[in-house]
Structures are given as C-alpha cells and as structure tokens.
Design a protein around this ligand. Structure first.
Ligand code: ZN
Length: 364
C-alpha cells in the first residue's frame, strides 16, 4: 500500500494505486474515470508557483540624502507583494552612511518598516555593513541592533534568532521552506564565534535550502574579498544546502557560480548601485524563482527611475538581467505541493477509493 506522502509526491501514483484497488472486472471503467478526474489534479500539482526574492543593495546614500528613493523601493514591494509573489526581502547592508547620525537610522526605519504593512506579513531581514558599524569590523553595532536587531521582530514566527549582529529567518515559497542567514560584516573579526553560531543554525535546519546574505563577499571582478573567502571556506563550501550568497559593498555587479564540496553549484551574486545617480536611483534586484523554466530569472529594477516609463525602469545589460539555470528538485530537494493541492488530491483519493469499492461490491 502506498503512503499518502508518496501519493502527493508522485502525482500519478494516485491513479495507479486506485486502479490496483478497483476490482479486476471494473478496472477499465475505474481507470477511465480516475484518469479523467486525476489528470487535471496532476496537472495542477505539476505547475509549481513562481515567486520572487527581492534584494535591496546598499541603501546608505538614500538614508543620508534621498530618503524618498528608499521608501519608493519598499512601498513598491508592499504594492507588488501579490502580483510579484514576493516571498522575502533581503537588505544587503550599509543601511545608513553614518551610523552616528540618528536621522539616517530614522530614514532607514521609515523605509524598511513599511514592509511590516503587508498581509500576510512579509518576511524580511538585513545584514549590517561596515557603515552600519562605524567602519569597525568586530565591534557590536548598537545602533544597528536598536533599529534592526531582534527586538523589532519579536513574536514573528519567521524570525529565527540572532547572534551578535547576525540573524536568520525562514520563509515558505514554491512548496519549499528556505533559510536566510544574514551574517555580520566581516564575521572573521566579530566578537564571539559567528561562524560557529551560523553552522549551528544550518545544522538545526538540515537540508533546508539556504541563502547567505552578507555585506562584503564578492569583488566586482577576480573573485571574493578576504571576508568572502572566509565565509566561503567556513560556511558555503562545506554546506551543500547553501545554494546562493547575496552581497553588496563593492560598487558594481558581479555573478560567480562556484562548486561546493558536494559538487553542487552555488550562485554568488553582487549588486551595489550606490555609485549611480542619487546614490543608486532606486535599483534593486528581483530573483524570480521559476521552477517550470528550471531557472532563477535575475532582474534589476527601479520603481523610482521613470526614464523607462511611469512603471519604473529595468536595467537590461548582461550583468543586470540574466537567468541562473537550476534543477530545483536536484539542487534544493523535492517540493511539497501547496496545501490546497494536497487537500484536493486527498479529497479526490477518498472519492475514488469509495467509487472503486462500489465497483467491486457490484461485481461480486
Ligand atoms: Zn560597505
């Protein structure tokens, strides 16, 4: 007897199982009806949803001088949570330019806290950059902690916890649960054992697809920074479940695909537009997970820049808009259908089992 889990995971197993259960004399009729009813459900289960993870690169100049650009980014996310099926927002550090200036934190709060005006409440996280820490790797960043530390996320089920200025969140999207690990700036020099803490978080979420969000990791060319090398060696290379790293800090864009200890691909993604007009002109990254296309579509978009039209502007050069090929089941593990699909399959299974038994009763 197949289990319910197998029925859910193998979309056509429900058909096969019910045919086996029908009496031999009625198998042809039962099969026809089951196929008729089962195929639309199977098609529904085989159509995984696409979803978007938004990355907000270095926002420091917005907090210092252009707060309306920062809020235009987060208000666009709020307005498009449903249409873009946004599952998570990751700010990549350097929330502010000068951590000693309270008004800059106020501007950062006003922008990021807009994300709390979502229903359902949109999971989001930040990682501290060097400017959030007064350029002092290793020192505990008090202002960062006061504005974006655990106290802001009290009671939210998706906020996992924090250590020093690092934190983690989980979110559900496309039939999988993901782990976002926001690492402190330059964790090598942090007080305490940030790598040990992060490894503990990974170990307590075994096999969960994981993205590391950290400020300083890739260079704009020629690989990783010193901080990036340490993070790669300690957390990315040895942990197969880490499939992507988001970072900023270095001005520009860079994408690197590396191979971890298990021979799996890791997407390392740098985006930082702070050198552009108005501290970046509102450009953000959209990572559109599209299982049907076996790809993560990467788009760079500004809701603020209307040079491309009132609907905002996409940056379409090859560094800014491209696809990352990925076999989702192989790289991230099998997806579980959405609850509504499970419920439909369950109802269908019960109905068809009842029908099959009626067939058998009539035949005997
Ligand atoms: Zn920086």
């Amino acid at each position: 007897m197949r289990t319910f889990k197998q029925v859910v995971c193998c979309r056509f197993t429900v058909v096969v199982t019910l045919v086996e259960m029908a009496s031999a004399g009625r198998a042809v009729v039962a099969t026809a009806l089951i196929m008729l009813l089962g195929l639309p459900l199977a098609a529904r289960a085989a159509s995984p949803s696409t979803f978007t993870v938004v990355a907000l690169p270095d926002t420091q100049y917005y907090s210092a001088s252009y707060p309306y650009i920062f809020t235009s980014q987060t208000q666009w996310i709020v307005n498009n949570q449903t249409s873009q099926n946004i599952a998570f927002v990751a700010q990549q550090g350097d929330l502010v330019d000068d951590a000693k200036q309270p008004y800059q934190w106020t501007n950062a709060d006003n922008a990021m806290y807009l994300l709390d005006n979502t229903s359902p409440r949109l999971p989001w996280g930040t990682c501290p950059g060097n400017h959030d820490m007064n350029q002092s790797p290793g020192a505990f960043a008090k202002a960062y902690d006061q504005n974006f530390g655990p106290s802001h996320f009290t009671g939210l089920s998706w906020y996992g916890g924090s250590y020093q200025n690092s934190s983690y969140q989980t979110f559900d999207a496309g039939g999988r649960q993901y782990l976002m690990l926001d690492l402190q700036y330059y964790p090598t020099y942090a007080h305490g054992d940030v790598f040990g803490w992060a490894q503990g978080v990974i170990d307590s979420h075994p096999g969960m697809p994981t993205i590391i969000n950290t400020h300083d990791y890739l260079l704009t060319q020629d690989g990783r920074s010193d901080s990036g090398e340490a993070i790669w060696d300690s957390l990315v290379y040895p942990n197969e479940q880490v499939f992507a790293v988001f970072c900023g800090h270095m001005h520009g864009e860079c994408t690197q695909i590396s191979t971890d200890a298990a021979g799996k691909s890791v997407f390392e993604l740098l985006a930082d537009f702070q050198e552009g007009p108005n501290g970046g002109n509102g450009y953000l990254r959209l990572y559109q997970f599209d299982e049907a296309d076996s790809a993560i579509h990467v788009k760079t978009y500004s809701p603020y820049d209307t040079s491309g039209g009132t609907g905002g502007t996409y940056m379409t050069d090859a560094d800014s808009q491209f696809d990352l090929a990925i076999d989702f089941d192989d790289r991230l593990g099998a997806a579980v259908p959405e609850p509504s699909t499970i419920a439909l399959l369950g109802i269908a299974a019960v109905s068809l089992v009842a029908y099959a038994w009626r067939c058998r009763a009539r035949a005997s």
